[in-house]
Ligand binder design. Structure first.
Ligand code: MCN
Length: 792
């Protein structure tokens, strides 16, 4: 029986069969004949001159095969790691982009910076070798915080980047903003820190490089979220390998959360080293390496002001942010606190004028790049904290001030003053639904009950929007980025009617093998189990941009929808020929091609077979075969959004914040698979809660050492930190994606930190508290309650 599983259904995830039965194939599982193991020598100093490296003791150890240093990469003219997408400053000049060498040249700039690679017959031999490499460092003063890095006299990371300033960037109409501030009845201000985060996907990064002298072919297996982009960046800019001689495979990947969407030095080094040693080279990171070398996220210091009229209507907003880039520019690094941040500062509000300045700053820390949400949680946090501060100062209820300023549903499409135009949305509908779902009316009673138990209870609201589906080339160009990010999909129909989809996105937990099969099953009427989704191999899929920025469904899925439509068009031609009818009279529904108004029809399977075993085809109009490819460059971002409401209980004796209720009503457009969407929201919210209550990367200010470099010191959210959440959707279809879909992969992370922190501040408001920086750890909250001074 035909098992069509279409859009809106919630089948079990296809991919889970292999994951749950231990049949996944991760990079660490792969063994190549003759393989050696690599261990990297990393800088123990945050900032130092590299005076010399002595490899002799390492090379003398049993099992050590080779040691390669920056002198070897320089001799081979290996390029630096490119920043894939640049930005342009407000002076019209491009950002400063110092070389990011694969292995340190002359200087190290953060703890964990790569200095040498040691290859051994076993990982243990390589590790012993790495410990025996003697490196002569001359330590330099380090700087880790953005406020310190821009001070006169601060340690300078690069001779040609004065003041450690990569770029001084701005967006918005400064004159209009100042004019609105001049006539404001009230100005609310806030200073805040968006804490630095470490992604910690369950599977650490890993890479295997291989070179075949017979064919000149290189292969890299990597835990990457975007293998084609790695092939492009590494082949064209780092190792000078022609694209057709380089294959990049990203097999099963155990979570990424953004951290694996960059081109890393280790990937290029194992590929280059494989040719040098004449054997495949494998590296698997341990958790400590993950902490000190996976790209970190967030790390902003912001001053923001909101101008309001006497009724609480927003007139204008001014934002000034310092964003930490770490020691070098990562692949998307400078784009995150600029292009993915400032255009979201309108939030869901009708604020007519906005001006935002961002100083992008180098420091002696791990490079900073995208982490789930990337720029948009930071923007939401600024806006939603500021709205609460304004409400408190003006004596307006926090829900009421939002109602007065939210963009009404009828006003969509809505042009914001910060470049982007929202195509669709109903933020007020989300908020009103959430108020009911969260039983906000019952909050006073719950607060009294908490008080009777000696606890402080608070409620927080966050109404937010995000931009996802990276990235329309039209908008990317206007923002001064180096290009847009379209997607490709191929639908290959086999003679027997089964389908293989080849797609350029990468599934590392998001359920694409299920949801993309649902799209094809619905569109072509092919049984769900007869559809396979292939991704993550540049030799199989012609091109793709990978997975991040909640782009896979709205960009990749749209390419897939387009390619499926092309299959139907060709199928109709074949059906018309077989049924001796006019092509315009052929209808297609649920896997059947029929002649309109008759009972003459052909099944999808019959058409597929006929496509490959043609009879008497008019070849001038109809080529044999049934395979179509489509590229999709979105005309706009999609703008999911919603309303999150959080309740916390604080124990004043210990400062422990407990999350006791959480409600999210989100607009993700047309839902392909409600179970997967709920799971994505669930996971995203937990990560946002992690940022708000538990996680933060801490560097020692004088030595630049990462103090929170293990799970002993860096708290991840756990299942028992979370209450059972209420998660609902309130959808308005996207106006421009073929299926009306909006992304959902990051919304949870974007909406939640502000909801949690607004609840924490509410719980403490009777003490005169107006702001609390994240994370709201017991220590920080206890000190606030005691009226003590907080550490910086
Ligand atoms: N979906 C749907 N209906 C919608 C929207 C999405 O059914 N209206 C489905 C999609 O078809 C897909 C999933 O939900 O199966 C997520 O889709 P999408 O929003 O397109 O996000 P991406 O697939 O592009 O995933 C990227 C996003 C990001 S940016 C991060 S970071 C993240 C995330 O997704 N990292 C994750 N979710 C993650 N989930 C897991 N398990 N692991 C990660 O590393």
């Amino acid at each position: 029986m035909s098992n069509i599983v279409g859009i809106g259904e919630a089948p079990r995830r296809k991919e889970d069969q292999r994951f749950l039965t231990g049949m996944g194939n991760y990079v660490a599982d792969i063994k190549r004949p003759g393989m050696v193991h690599a261990v990297f020598v990393r800088s123990p100093h945050a900032h130092a001159v590299l005076k010399g490296i002595d490899t002799s003791a390492a090379l003398a150890l049993p099992g050590v095969v080779a040691v390669l240093t920056g002198a070897d990469t320089a001799a081979d003219k290996v390029g630096g790691l490119p920043c894939g997408w640049g930005i342009t400053g407000k002076d019209g000049l491009p950002m400063k982009e110092p070389v990011y060498p694969l292995l340190a040249q002359g200087k190290v700039r953060f703890v964990g910076d790569l200095v040498a690679v040691v290859m051994g017959e076993t990982a243990d031999a390589a590790r012993a070798g790495a410990e025996a490499v003697a490196v002569d460092y001359e330590e330099l003063p380090a700087v880790v915080g953005v406020l310190d890095a821009v001070q006169p006299g601060a340690p300078q990371l690069f001779d040609d980047v004065p003041g450690n300033l990569c770029c001084d960037w701005a967006l918005g109409d400064q004159a209009a903003t100042e004019e609105a501030f001049a006539r404001a009845a009230h100005v609310a201000k806030i200073s805040l820190v968006n804490n630095r985060l470490i992604g910690n996907p369950m599977e650490p990064r890993a890479a295997i490089g291989e070179y075949s002298p017979g064919t000149g072919q290189y292969t890299l297996w990597s835990t990457s979220q975007f293998p084609h982009v790695v092939r492009l960046l590494m082949g064209a800019f780092v190792l000078n390998i022609p694209q057709h001689k380089l294959r990049v495979v990203a097999p099963d990947v155990g979570g990424g959360f953004g951290v694996k969407q960059f081109h890393y030095g280790e990937e290029a080094l194992v590929t280059w080293a494989a040719k040098k040693v004449g054997r495949p080279v494998k590296w698997v990171a341990d958790r400590a390496e993950g902490f000190m070398s996976d790209r970190h996220g967030r790390d902003h210091v912001t001053e923001a002001e909101l101008a309001l009229d006497e009724t609480g209507k927003f007139l204008a907003m001014k934002v000034s942010t310092l964003a930490n880039m770490g020691g070098y520019l990562s692949t998307f690094g400078p784009n995150i606190p600029t292009n993915l941040y400032a255009p979201l500062l309108a939030g869901v509000y009708t604020t007519p004028a906005i001006y935002c300045e961002v100083k992008v700053v180098f420091t002696n820390t791990v490079p900073v790049d995208a982490y789930r949400g990337a720029g948009r949680p930071e923007a939401t946090f600024v806006v939603e904290r500021l709205v609460d501060v304004a409400a408190a100062e003006m004596g307006i209820d926090r829900v009421e001030i939002r109602r007065r300023n939210i963009i009404p549903k009828e006003a969509y499409p809505y042009q914001t003053p910060v470049l982007v135009e929202y195509d669709s949305g109903d933020p007020l509908g989300c908020l009103e639904n959430a108020l009911v779902e969260a039983d906000v009316a019952g909050f006073p009673a719950r607060k009294s009950a908490s008080a009777s138990a000696g606890k402080l209870r608070g409620i927080g609201f966050s109404t937010y929007v995000e931009a996802c589906g990276l990235a329309p080339s039209r908008i990317a160009g206007r923002l001064g980025a180096r290009g847009g990010l379209y997607e490709s999909a191929t639908v290959r129909v086999h003679p027997t009617g089964q389908v293989t989809v080849l797609i350029g996105t990468h599934n590392h937990g998001q359920g694409h093998e299920t949801t993309f099969a649902q799209i094809v099953s619905e569109k072509l009427g092919v049984p769900f189990e007869d559809i396979d989704i292939v991704f993550g191999d540049t030799d199989k899929v012609q091109f793709g941009m990978g997975t991040y920025g909640s782009r896979s469904l709205v960009v990749g899925g749209s390419a897939l929808s387009k390619a499926s439509d092309k299959i139907i068009v060709k199928g109709k031609k074949i059906a018309a020929h077989m049924l001796e009818a006019d092509e315009g009279d052929i209808e297609f529904e649920r896997g059947e091609f029929s002649v309109a108004g008759t009972d003459r029809k052909k099944s999808f399977t019959e058409i597929a077979l006929a496509a490959y075993i043609p009879h008497d085809y008019p070849l001038e109009v109809l080529e044999p075969g049934l395979e179509e490819q489509a590229y999709y460059d979105p005309v706009n971002f999609t703008y999911p959004g919603g309303a999150h409401i959080c309740e916390v209980e604080i124990d004043p004796e210990t400062g422990v914040v407990e999350l006791v209720r959480y409600t999210a009503v989100d607009d993700v457009g047309t839902v392909i698979n409600p179970m997967i969407v709920e799971g994505q929201l669930h996971g995203g919210i937990v990560q946002g809660v992690g940022q708000a209550l538990y996680e933060t990367a801490v560097y020692d200010e004088s030595s630049g050492q990462l103090l929170s470099g293990s799970f002993m010191d860096y708290t991840m959210p756990r299942a028992d930190h979370m209450p059972s959440m209420t998660i609902r959707t309130h959808s308005t279809p996207c106006a421009h994606t073929p299926m009306g879909t909006k992304g959902c992969g990051e919304v949870g992370t974007i909406g939640s930190p502000a909801a949690v922190m607004n609840a924490v501040v509410d719980a403490l408001s009777h003490l005169g508290v107006t702001h609390v920086d994240m994370p709201a750890t017991p220590n920080r909250i206890w000190r606030i309650i005691q009226g003590a001074t907080l550490p910086r």
